[in-house]
Design a protein around this ligand. Sequence first.
Ligand SMILES: [Zn+2]
Length: 132
Amino acid sequence: MSKRNFILNAWMKKCPRCQEGDLFLQPFDWSKPVNMPEMCPVCHQKYEPEPGFYYGAMFLSYILSGFFFLAIMGTCLIFLDMSLNASMGVLLVVAALTYFFFLRMSRSLWINLMVKYDPEAKKSQDVKGFGY
Ligand SMILES: [Zn+2]
């Protein structure tokens, strides 16, 4: 299998090292929205290589949702000609609906930024922290 773009891989929420294992456990559990296995079932890449690894994902989540919400507000105010209060109402609903999406997407993007793709990963069964 050829290497997939890391943004597409993050979107699909796959392991960054082998691009096959799922990052999150299925089915979705409302009480544990970021329910990740300890390591990739295919290549044994650790999904939390060090304590506090996903701290940086918080900043990614802020950046992603910030620009997304800005676009929502801009669309409501400029193109749909809604009032400020109505636009804020729409924004609150959209923010509530996309909360878990941004939470998972930022974690997926963060680990895909930090861990490199390794085409040989499936063959080795070594437990890996970062991709070296
Ligand atoms: Zn993997």
